[in-house]
Design a protein around this ligand. Structure first.
Ligand code: MG
Length: 159
């Protein structure tokens, strides 16, 4: 059986934090605000995996009231989630994702992001990451933050 999940996340740009996307520290004058490392793309992918597996959502699994997850690596969260779904007989079949931001350009970092996901447990051959701008419209267009979306299909190996 194949199950599908969708993930969405957004984070605000602030001064004084690193900009972490797909586990890559991208040089930029702003970073993303958040309880963890605020890796918006990895959060969207985690949420899509959780949605596809029926495990709820990222806020339920990693509440921002829990000091354990403060400044925690989102790749480590992903690794944890992949282990959790594996125990239930699920395997990731495909990940497609979009990062929407005005600046900086991220195209040159996508291969490194895929390698990070591979080290977390999703083969880079089954991960798609696409960068887009928002044509200067809305909060993304004004450079106030970043949006990420992901769709994941899981194979249920039990059936
Ligand atoms: Mg988030």
């Amino acid at each position: 059986m194949i199950q599908v999940g969708i993930g969405y996340d957004s984070h605000r740009f602030v001064k004084g934090r690193p900009f972490v996307l797909g586990g890559v520290k991208i040089p930029y004058e702003y970073g993303l605000q958040g309880h963890s490392d605020a890796d918006v793309l990895t959060h969207a992918i985690i949420d899509a995996i959780l949605g596809a597996s029926g495990f709820g959502d990222i806020g339920k699994l990693f509440p921002d009231t829990d000091p354990r997850w403060k400044d925690y690596s989102s790749l480590a969260m992903l690794k944890y989630v992949l282990q959790k779904i594996k125990e239930q007989g699920f395997e990731v079949q495909w990940v497609d994702s979009i990062v929407i931001l005005e600046r900086p350009k991220i195209g040159g970092y996508i291969e490194e992001m895929k390698l990070n996901y591979e080290s977390a447990g999703i083969s880079k051959e089954i991960v798609s990451i696409k960068g887009k701008t928002n044509e200067k419209m809305g909060f993304v267009g004004r450079g106030e933050g970043v949006v990420a979306m992901a769709v994941v299909t899981l194979r249920q190996l039990k059936y």
